[in-house]
Design a protein around this ligand. Structure first.
Ligand code: BGC
Length: 768
């Protein structure tokens, strides 16, 4: 025994005696927690802060197959084991279990970007409620969702799991989802905290970023979610931030998260994240996931050697226990294993339709009445993509294809074409390399579906389809997922030659016949659109809409639902316009180890509007089958800002069908010591369904913190003096009315911890 271990003998003896002790305290409620911690042996403590391993890697499957993690239980102290499973598009568990006929399918809801595109916090909450119900009824305690990293660059392979390039919409949607999930009495885990905006070398990449960009862009959404929904857990991310792993970062996990924001839940690592479990403990990363005995041994030894104060362990344990006492497992909830999947499918369908964005609709090409014949092109009409791949996949019972959805809605699809596509896809799926394969990550991660090249179109089939049908419709699909970023290549960010050819030929033949063509984009993030969009009449961005995909597309195509989604992420004219394009995915290009966020606060529309760079479709953009007028923008408190501002705007449906409008409130703040983006989203609201000529007065409230910018010198949120313009509109470029107010003197709104400073100098994008 090493001398350090000898010194520790009293506690070690405690461990032996406490196992035989009969009157050990029992975890019953919050008041029992301190006693329970005092009764834990060092061994137990070190095991408790480390998860029980991951099926397929460090242990066999959990009783709930497909759960990815669990906490360590200590029955003698009444501490149960928790179970965790992924999201965010729905609960990811395995749908079948050996020897059982019962199935455990979960609902695949629309991807996060689609959900955010609803700009509807009520819809987001209902989706959260349904997800949380499945979590609870399938016996899981902690849902590893939602995810709200920022769309810094459109190529991030996991952007589909995230909401937006803007932190306000991200934070508000996340808070609604968390509130929905947790209304079931299960926990939500907001992830990946923080600045985890790429998949390339995600486990080691060092994100070099300014304090201001962190506070205003990358942390802001998390701040909103923590304050407005009190998530039970936060998952720290894989990457480093300014040289320190997020999971080992005291500044991030203790100073910002707990001290500045008042977070009361527990922090867990992302799976296998970081290097040093002792540093993770010290930083306030309460739980190490998925966990391995090596880690608990290191923690135990660190306490014995004096490198880690046992009090730190106690603190972390307390954070976890405070959540454990709220879980279904602790409360001995008897889960049914039978959530109402039918009802949840309806929730998914409604949300999916609400999140679709009509990008183009020349001469009201859409909607299409049900007596029309449609010729449908593109492989993805059959193999419609419900969501992205990796841990964010969902094992749903089905996905309604776009072809089936349109058929079920009553459209007559050209059968000859349809059957050609079916035959083509079926035959390729029998052959290598297109066979659908088991996922090397395991059965819980869905299947690997290799991309099939577009079916080559025969010379005369388009012309005859154009003659025999009323409408041409082309479906373009894309998928991406965990562990890999997207690329600016044909077939990914760019259209493939076959897709371009399909669009050109279909549109020219249909136009010759005086008929219209629409493109349905079944994608998880922006692609290049500028070079081909003028060839078609309509473009519907359906996103990856979850398992009810085809039905939701049909709801929009038929006009049953009037599109009211708006972009939460910009579609640039070309990839090189993206402000982070030169700094993604980092350097050295061959194998990036660091990525410098040189674009600083100018992410997404903050860049395009400030530097006047034209986009294909701007942030906030989206058409409707009707028109709206936004007018009477008024500030009620007069021209001088004190500490709060009430704003109103009138919305009127000036078109001929009922619909909803998303009203966006942007603010242009004056440049002072700090320069400001041209506009920043500060509030938004969606009208109820307005009938033609119906009006609704919308109200908004902004306080000093909402309007403030982050001053690194003062380490504070400040409101600089000058004239502010509130711009209310239908997108970041389509402002319908404005009002001004002044701030007389600089206000320090809130001082925060002066942490997370970059350790190296780098050039930051500025207006000057
Ligand atoms: C992902 C997390 C996920 C975890 C557990 C990680 O690879 O980054 O989002 O929750 O795995 O599956």
């Amino acid at each position: 025994m090493a001398s350090a271990e000898l010194q520790y003998l009293p506690s070690a003896q405690k461990s032996q005696t406490s196992t035989v002790q009969t009157n050990a305290p029992y975890l019953t409620d919050a008041a029992s927690i301190d006693r329970v911690i005092r009764a834990m042996t060092l061994e137990e403590k070190a095991k408790f802060v480390v998860g029980v391993g991951m099926p397929g890697f460090t242990r066999g499957p959990f009783e709930i197959t497909g759960a990815v993690g669990g906490t360590y239980g200590i029955p003698r102290l009444g501490i149960p084991e928790l179970r965790m499973a992924d999201g965010p598009a729905g609960l990811r568990i395995r749908p079948t279990r050996p020897g059982q006929t019962q199935t455990y399918y979960a609902t695949a809801f629309p991807i996060a970007t689609s959900l955010a595109s609803t700009w509807d916090t009520a819809v987001a909450k209902v989706v959260g409620e349904a997800q949380g119900n499945e979590v609870k009824e399938y016996g899981i305690d902690m849902f590893l969702a939602p995810a709200l990293n920022i769309h810094r660059n459109p190529l991030n392979g996991r952007n589909f799991e995230y909401y937006s390039e803007d932190p306000l919409i991200s934070g508000k949607i996340a808070a609604s989802v968390v509130n929905g999930i947790q209304s079931n009495g299960v926990g939500a885990t907001i992830k990946h905290f923080a600045a985890n905006n790429q998949e390339t070398n995600r486990m080691i990449i060092d994100t070099i970023v300014s304090q201001r960009a962190l506070r205003e862009i990358y942390l802001k959404g998390f701040e909103i979610a923590v304050k407005e929904s009190r998530p039970w857990a936060v998952m720290s991310s894989y990457n480093k931030i300014n040289g320190t792993y997020a999971s080992e970062n005291t500044d991030l996990l203790t100073a910002v998260l707990r001290k500045d924001w008042g977070f009361k839940g527990f922090v867990m690592t992302d799976w296998f994240a970081g290097k040093d479990p002792v540093e993770q403990m010290k930083a306030g990363n309460d739980l190490i996931m998925p966990g391995a005995s090596k880690k608990s041994n290191l923690i135990k030894l660190a306490v014995i050697s004096g490198r880690l104060d046992e009090k730190v362990l106690d603190r972390n344990i307390k954070n976890i226990l405070q959540i454990i006492i709220q879980t279904p497992e602790f409360k001995k909830y008897q889960n049914s294993d039978r959530p109402d999947l039918k009802a949840h499918a309806m929730v998914a369908r409604t949300a999916a339709a609400e999140g679709m964005v009509l990008l183009r609709n020349k001469d009201h090409a859409l909607p299409i009445s049900k007596n029309k014949k449609i010729a449908l092109f593109g492989n993805t009409q059959i193999e419609t993509i419900k969501g992205g791949t990796g841990s964010g996949d969902v094992n749903a019972a089905y996905t309604v294809s776009i072809a089936d959805g349109l058929t079920d809605a009553g459209y007559e699809l050209n059968q000859e074409l349809l059957s050609k596509y079916k035959v083509y896809i079926n035959s390729l799926r029998q052959q290598e390399p297109y066979k659908i394969k088991p996922n090397p990550w395991g059965e819980d991660f869905g299947k690997v579906v290799p991309v099939i090249p577009e079916r080559p179109l025969e010379e005369n089939e388009i012309a005859s389809a154009a003659k025999g049908n009323d409408f041409g419709m082309i479906v373009i699909g894309r998928n991406s997922g965990e562990a890999e970023d997207r690329k600016v290549v044909k077939g990914d960010y760019l259209l493939s030659d076959a897709e371009k050819d399909m669009i050109s030929r279909v549109s020219s033949e249909f136009r010759k016949q005086g008929k219209k063509v629409a493109v349905i984009l079944n994608i998880g993030g922006p692609i290049e659109v500028a070079s081909w969009r003028d060839k078609v009449d309509s473009i519907l961005l359906a996103w990856q809409p979850g398992q009810e995909a085809g039905n939701a597309v049909a709801d929009i195509v038929s006009g049953k639902v009037n599109p009211a989604g708006k972009l939460t992420t910009t579609f640039p004219l070309k990839y090189s316009d993206v402000p982070s394009a030169v700094n993604f995915p980092g350097t050295p290009a061959s194998n990036p180890v660091k990525v410098i966020y040189q674009e600083d606060i100018y992410v997404g529309y903050r860049y395009y509007t400030t530097f006047r760079v034209k986009t294909a479709y701007e942030f906030g953009y989206g058409l409707s089958y009707t028109n709206f007028n936004i007018s009477d923008v008024k500030i009620s408190e007069g021209k001088k800002f004190k500490d709060n501002l009430s704003l109103s705007a009138m919305v009127e449906n000036t078109g001929s069908v009922p619909g909803r409008e998303v009203v966006q409130v942007y603010v242009s703040a004056p440049d002072g010591n700090l320069e400001k983006p041209a506009v920043e989203l500060k509030a938004f609201s969606k009208t109820k369904e307005l009938k033609p000529y119906q009006r609704q007065l919308l109200h908004f409230n902004l306080n000093a913190k909402d309007l403030a910018s982050f001053d690194e010198e003062k380490s504070a949120w400040i409101l600089e003096k000058g004239t502010y313009t509130v711009k209310v509109g239908a997108s970041s470029e389509n402002i319908k009315g404005s009002a001004t107010f002044t701030v007389d003197h600089e206000m320090i709104v809130q001082k925060v911890s002066d942490v997370l400073k970059p350790k190296v100098d780098f050039k930051r994008l500025t207006k000057q």
